[in-house]
Design a protein around this ligand. Structure first.
Ligand code: TUI
Length: 321
């Protein structure tokens, strides 16, 4: 069996490493996305519930820092999605990844503009549906990831998605070093996505408290909120997360909050973690691989170290050196 590294999409984009940055709202800034792309991966600006103006500002920041292609990750539950896509089209973004929904209503116009579209999928059925609708690749994300997650683990999801579709599969969830990357390729993926590993990059603009929280985290230091209320999200444990989970049973009896309340709560608590480092009330979205991450270093070193280890384990040459 050969390891499939020649992902045609990555080749077209001129990437050095088959590694993309997960779309992290507030944390996945234009500066971090540019650093990942500049170093030979594919950076993504995370946009969550943002308005178009915020997205445009970060795209412009990224453009000022790199000439290489980068992507924008769009959260499909957001009501501002139309203006976000308008900005993406106006700014000539080359790649769009999507989360938390079905991007097919936008596919024709994105493809007409030459944009590569890669939805994040948490299951085989969604991966198959996305392939049928004509997306270019899928990012299959296991529940080890930070942020909104599905039910499947990366180990079980990736080979099943690989068997079910013919388009490239990018593996996500729980990958933070060369062993994880090699494992993902062994499962049949032809690329990987990492989010948490980049949060402690030198170029990451998250608050110092967030970086420290990841560097100090143990394997069991994340918790999943929303198991009962819906919209499951993995965060590093803190007072807010533990209380949220404890109160979920009581909240179940009450009427579901309206969209505006959910947007304010979700976006506000994540921003509090990323920008203010609010230890008690912030939503520190990060994956289970946090426990493995022990250093802050430049994106270029993260990528080259991981790829050197992965290629060594796979017994293939590291042609990037
Ligand atoms: O999207 C994610 N993870 C995210 S999005 C996000 S945005 C946010 N911003 C501020 C505060 C709170 C949240 C944070 N983390 N991962 C990709 C992902 N997509 N995981 C699961 C899915 C998914 C779920 C259902 C994809 C498609 C889907 O389809 C359902 C349907 O049929 O529409």
């Amino acid at each position: 069996m050969t390891v499939e590294i020649n992902n045609p999409i990555f080749k077209k984009l001129g990437m050095k490493y088959p590694i993309v940055e997960g779309g992290m709202t507030w944390a996945g800034t234009g500066a971090l996305a540019a650093a990942v792309s500049e170093a030979g991966g594919l950076g993504f600006i995370g946009t969550g519930y943002w308005h178009g103006d915020d997205v445009r500002r970060e795209i412009k920041r990224a453009k000022a820092l790199t000439d290489k292609p980068f992507g924008v990750n769009v959260m499909l539950m957001s009501r501002h999605i139309r203006e976000v896509f308008d900005v993406i089209l106006e700014e000539g973004v080359k790649v769009v990844a999507t989360g938390a929904g079905d991007p097919s209503p936008f596919l024709d116009e994105l493809h007409a503009a030459g944009i590569t579209v890669m939805p994040v999928v948490p299951s085989v059925s969604l991966a198959k549906m996305m392939e049928r609708k004509g997306v270019d690749a899928v990012i299959a994300e296991g529940m080890e990831s930070g942020g909104h997650i599905g039910q499947m683990t990366t180990m079980t999801l990736i080979p099943q998605v690989v068997d079910a579709v013919s388009i490239p599969v990018i593996a996500a969830g729980g990958i933070g070093d060369g062993r994880g990357v090699a494992a993902a390729f062994m499962l049949g993926a032809s690329g990987v996505q990492m989010g948490t590993r980049f949060l402690t990059a030198t170029e990451s603009e998250v608050h110092e408290n967030f970086k420290k929280k990841i560097l100090k985290a143990r394997d069991i230091d994340t918790i999943v909120t929303g198991n009962l209320l819906g919209s499951r999200a993995r965060v590093l444990k803190n007072k807010m997360a533990k209380e949220f989970v404890k109160n979920e049973v009581n909240e179940l009896q009450k009427p579901k909050p309206d969209y505006e309340t959910i947007e304010k709560l979700e976006s506000g608590t994540l921003r509090a973690a990323v920008q203010e480092g609010d230890k008690d009330n912030g939503a520190f979205m990060a994956g289970q691989i946090s426990g493995l991450i022990k250093d802050e270093k430049p994106v270029a070193d993260i990528l080259s170290d991981i790829w050197a280890q992965a290629t060594d384990l796979m017994g293939i040459p590291d042609t990037t050196k």
